[in-house]
Every structure is written in structure tokens, then in C-alpha cells.
Design a protein around this ligand. Structure first.
Ligand SMILES: Nc1ncnc2c1ncn2[C@@H]1O[C@H](COP(=O)(O)OP(=O)(O)OP(=O)(O)O)[C@@H](O)[C@H]1O
Length: 334
């Protein structure tokens, strides 16, 4: 299966001011990320705040250039393309949906203008064809025609997010990346927007990357779940098996603390805070909070190991047994 997008060994390092005016620390936002996403699949990305989820999303859509590593879109190296070609490739091939549609949409433009804008910029079709496409997009995301002349401020939060989704789909992208697409919405409309995204992914055969704090939602939405910790991908698990088959202690801990599990368990206690991304621990970054860590974990970050099921890989020196119930781990002393 050819990947729509494939990231290899991508590193992103930011410079952040700290203390004195001239001092700038390196922030290791993404370290050695490998990920491929194929047409028709949804990959969910989970991890605590600051672990690099948004950075990975930005790398996938070409907003963020990695300092090293590569990003291939439909088999072509994005950052080896001339800038104009890269902009055209990404503009037409990739759609991004952000957390807050209120800030993502131009408040002064009516819905039909917002949806027509990408068609105009990329010179798609005649004037009449563009008008047709705008109507088609509105119906695709379930927006009544009567809202075509409305401004974003006159819409509900859910309607605004539908406009943002329609805009992301305007040029028929192969990849859509949604970064916390429902966290700014009322709980009552979240399910509608998630169902819409799933439905569109099926109908349009999109490669969908879904970033969220909400682990239950990621599990429901995704085929595969990527767990990130301190800038690294530490596990990739088939979504239907993530609660009891995940091998990385961090994935188990993260999922044990999820509210709303059908069969609730005591959360696995994680000791201490997440270390700073400016000074990540040596070896495995999770070792300072892991109940299984030993000297080996301080020495080196292990490579990925393949688990017994396809699509399941993890980076851990002391993985949890595949079918060991998480509730047994919760009782373990750290
Ligand atoms: N422009 C920037 N300058 C400096 N540091 C940054 C910048 N953008 C992100 N970071 C840092 O990079 C790390 C990864 O950030 P990122 O936003 O990708 O994490 P996240 O998992 O998406 O977090 P959240 O869930 O809170 O959105 C964090 O330590 C963050 O503070």
C-alpha cells in the first residue's frame, strides 16, 4: 500500500527564550519520528500536553519543516521540491482542521466566500463550476444552503467547524489532519462532528490523522493509535486492541487514566512530572516515571520492536506482556 504521507526520522527543534534576554534553549519537540499514513485509514495521535502531537501534525501537512529527516507526500520528497511546487502540492493535496473554528475562519467573509477562496487561489474550474462546488461542499458537510451568506459570527460552533471541514475538503485533498477538532465545541455537538469526519473519510477515501487529548475518542475514530511521549513516538497500536494489548508502559498508563472506560480500572500511578523538553532524560524519555525502568533504560532508547499483530510496534526495553490485563498493572508498586 503506498502511503499518502510518510515521515522518516523527523526531528524538530525549537529555540525558546529562557531566563536572560539572549539565552535560547533548544526545545526538542519531535525526535526521530517515523510514520506512514495510507488512503482510507485513520491514525490517532495521543499523549500528554507538550509531547509533540501538534508538531507532528504540522510536519505532516508541511507547515513545519523538520531540521532533519524527510517527509514524502504521495511518494515525493516535500522538502526537495521547489517552494512553488511544494505550495501547490500541499495546497491541493492536504487539508488541515484546527481546534477553534472561530479563529481559523476569516470573520469578515461569508460562508460561500470562505469555501470559494481555495478554488479561486488554485484556479479550479470556471466561475459556474466553483459555485457548484461550493454548494456541493455545503451539502457534503450538512450545512443548509440558507447559510451561504452568513458570516462565521452568525453560526453556531458546530456549524463553524462544518465550514472549516468543508474548506479543508475544497480541493479534494488526499490527506486531512485534524488537530483537536472538537475540543473547542460544546459536548452536545462533538459526536456529530466526529461522525461527520468518519463518514467523510469513508466516502472520500481520505488518509485522516486525528490528534486529540481525548483518548476514548481517538480509540473510537482510529484504525491505529500513535502514542507520543516527550517528542518521541513510543508505540503504534491497532486501535481495537489498545487497552489490553499495548506493550509500552506509558500507553497502558495513559489509557488506564481514561474516564468513560466500559470497565473502569484504577489508573496506573505515574510518578513525578513530565520532564522538560529542553532537557529530555537520556535513553528512554519515559524512564523517570516508569515503574519498570532500570539502568538499561537510562543508557539507550531501544529501536522499535514488532509485536505479534501487524501494525503494532513499540519502543521499550521492558514491555508489558501483550495480554496482561491493565488492571493488574494498576496494582503494581512503582
Ligand atoms: N514555536 C515554538 N517555540 C518554542 N517551543 C515550542 C514551539 N512550539 C511548540 N513548542 C514546544 O514543543 C513541544 C511540543 O509542543 P506541541 O505543541 O507539539 O505539543 P502537543 O502535544 O501538541 O501539546 P498540546 O497537547 O498542549 O497542544 C512543547 O514542549 C512545546 O512547548
Amino acid at each position: 500500500m503506498t502511503a499518502v504521507v510518510e515521515v522518516r526520522d523527523a526531528h524538530v527543534v525549537h529555540r525558546a527564550r529562557s531566563g536572560g534576554l539572549l539565552r535560547r534553549d533548544r526545545v526538542y519537540a519531535l525526535t526521530g519520528a517515523d510514520l506512514a499514513v495510507a488512503a482510507g485509514e485513520t491514525v490517532g495521535v495521543v499523549g500528554e500536553s507538550g509531547c509533540g502531537k501538534s508538531t507532528l501534525a504540522r510536519v505532516l501537512v508541511g507547515i513545519q519543516r523538520p531540521v532533519s529527516g524527510s517527509v514524502a507526500f504521495q511518494g515525493r520528497d516535500l522538502w526537495a521540491m521547489p517552494p512553488g511546487e511544494r505550495r501547490a502540492t500541499l495546497g491541493a493535496g492536504v487539508g488541515m482542521i484546527f481546534q477553534d473554528p472561530s479563529t481559523a475562519l476569516n470573520r469578515r467573509l461569508a460562508v460561500h466566500r470562505i469555501l470559494r477562496d481555495p478554488l479561486d487561489v488554485h484556479g479550479r474550474g470556471s466561475g459556474a463550476e466553483r459555485a457548484d462546488r461550493v454548494r456541493e461542499l455545503m451539502s457534503l458537510v450538512g450545512l443548509p444552503r440558507a447559510l451561504a451568506d452568513a458570516l462565521p459570527g452568525q453560526l453556531s460552533g458546530g456549524q463553524r467547524q462544518r465550514v472549516a471541514i468543508a474548506r479543508a475538503l475544497a480541493l479534494d485533498p488526499a490527506l486531512v489532519v485534524a488537530d483537536e477538532p472538537t475540543s473547542a465545541l460544546d459536548v452536545s455537538v462533538r459526536a456529530q462532528i466526529l461522525n461527520l469526519l468518519l463518514d467523510l473519510k469513508e466516502r472520500l477515501g481520505l488518509a485522516l490523522v486525528f490528534v486529540s487529548h481525548d483518548i476514548q475518542t481517538v480509540r473510537r475514530m482510529s484504525d491505529r493509535v500513535i502514542t507520543m511521549y516527550l517528542g518521541r513516538i513510543v508505540e503504534e497500536t491497532p486501535a481495537d486492541r489498545v487497552t489490553d494489548a499495548a506493550r509500552h508502559p506509558y500507553t497502558r498508563a495513559l489509557f488506564s487514566a481514561t474516564p468513560g472506560l466500559l470497565d473502569p480500572i484504577d489508573p496506573i500511578p505515574l510518578t513525578g512530572p513530565v520532564p522538560s523538553a529542553t532537557r529530555p532524560p537520556s535513553g528512554c524519555p519515559f524512564r523517570t516515571r516508569c515503574w519498570k525502568a532500570d539502568h538499561l533504560c537510562a543508557e539507550a532508547m531501544p529501536d522499535f520492536s514488532a509485536a505479534s499483530r501487524p501494525g503494532h510496534r513499540y519502543r521499550c526495553h521492558h514491555p508489558v506482556e501483550e495480554d496482561q490485563p491493565t488492571r493488574d498493572l494498576a496494582r503494581q508498586e512503582p
